[in-house]
Design a binder for this molecule. Sequence first.
Ligand SMILES: [Zn+2]
Ligand SMILES: [Zn+2]
Length: 348
Amino acid sequence: MNSTPTTPPRPFDVTAVFPQLAPLARTATRLHPRRGTPSPQHSSIGGPLLWPVGEPWPHCEGPHVVDGINLALSPADVRLKRRISTASRGRSLTEQERETLERIIPPRKYPVRVAVAPYEGSIAMLPVAQLYKRDVPDLPTPEGADLLQVLWCPFDHPSMPKTALFWRSAATVTDILTTPPEPPAMQFDDYLPEPCLLRPEQVTEYPDHLEVSKELQEQLGNWRMWQAADVEIDSDYESCPEEFYDSELAGAPGWKVGGWPRWTSTDPGPRLCTACGSDMDALLTIATFESDDDSSWLPHQEPADESLPGFDPYERRQPTAVQIGSGYDQQLYVCPATPEHPHSELMH
Ligand SMILES: [Zn+2]
Ligand SMILES: [Zn+2]
């Protein structure tokens, strides 16, 4: 499991068919998260941060509101719940496991009273990603920094968690905070990332068809141009070759740094820096899903995961256990002038 997953080559070189795409090529670093036990010295998702003892842990001031249908569990209870569900796979629950689950999620008494419960006070943020420049070639870093730490408040603000970014020089952190505070509750279990190690890989990407010039958009949607180029493309795409382009040739799915964002749930919108007005770049994609099993972006893995004990296909598609909305991506953007200008985030 230690070798780097490798993205198969794209079905063909799209710039040979549409030369106007060539100058729009960007590299992205696919992070390829895999469950593991990262340390503060590792690049990770949901892992411990290299956080200086003397620096206050980030908190979010809210507002934090949960409707009565959702049980806002603590991270400790979500970990326990996940542990029981993994351990009991393929068998029925033990008496003790059942009791633990009933303590975490008490059996519901009907009718359900839908109360709106605000959480008062500030909420400790959770580690989402820690990225060392040495592992992630596409990470833009301010002068003197070689490490990005991303945390979030595990409540909707209003439709997804609110993130905070910290850039640092790893060498300046000597005393590491070992037991950071945790939030008393999270809006959804899906906002607790499972600890993952990363197997970063650099790939080349092109913009979504909605982000290119009108002229190029028309070319990408013109079936005759694809046919004339004699490339391998399924005739199912005859009425919408741009969909083939978006899913197989443009941007890679899954967690990644840099590159071009994928727009699945909304059309591209302007992303302008609030400090200087620059057009912002994609920084980090916090994805619900890695590649589907039938996607050409599914990396070659070695050895075959099916042979590993405890193999769970769910872990391959969603190793971080994070879900944004009903299966979308949370995209963080950063100012190209300096990563220290305020970042922005969109769900798509
Ligand atoms: Zn918050
Ligand atoms: Zn700026």
